[in-house]
Design a protein around this ligand. Sequence first.
Ligand SMILES: C[S@@+](CC[C@H](N)C(=O)[O-])C[C@H]1O[C@@H](n2cnc3c(N)ncnc32)[C@H](O)[C@@H]1O
Length: 198
Amino acid sequence: MWNERYSKAGYLFGTEPALFLRKHKAYLTAGAKVLAVADGEGRNSTYMAEQGLDVVAMDGSYIAIEKARALAMSRKVTVDFHEADIAAWDWTENQFDMVVAIFIQFVGPAQRNDIFAGIKRTLKPGGLVMVHGYTPEQVELGTGGPRNVENMYTDETLSQAFADFGLLELRSYHQEIDEGEGHSGQSALIDLIARKPG
Ligand SMILES: C[S@@+](CC[C@H](N)C(=O)[O-])C[C@H]1O[C@@H](n2cnc3c(N)ncnc32)[C@H](O)[C@@H]1O
């Protein structure tokens, strides 16, 4: 499904980073090792590499990865791209200073719990997680994302998932975004930034 969506010319979500990432640029510390989860066509991983981070990016779509490589090359930065199914991703313990998960709502609650557990495991003590996605109100707005409410995040979903982390930001809001034809228009969004203890 994703290879088909990405097979059209151009970048489905644009080549500029998510507004969320730009707004929280202060958290992007040069030299930090970051994992970009389901990074798609590389707009976010490339931006983080431009800020001097050491970026590993994974996605399940080989077409997305090809486009991501081209984007990184055009910006003259290096990203370590991996084509992988998230269900088979190796969430080795204490590997990353940061994990960034932007619009990865292609799974329901059960698999989401596994992914969040993996993110928590692979972060080093003191590492940062940055999650950005849609709330249930997005299903009505229909300006991007899946149509199933159970895949959406609420404040409760995220605060419970990262209850053992130090919460830095948790905010649900409506905002107009313009992130390619995939995510465009008035949107019901949620941000979480939290730090692993230690
Ligand atoms: C809405 S897009 C977001 C892409 C990127 N994070 C961004 O913000 O531009 C969701 C991404 O999840 C990827 N994806 C879907 N199912 C996946 C899976 N099982 N394993 C890895 N990636 C997957 C898709 O290929 C797609 O790139």
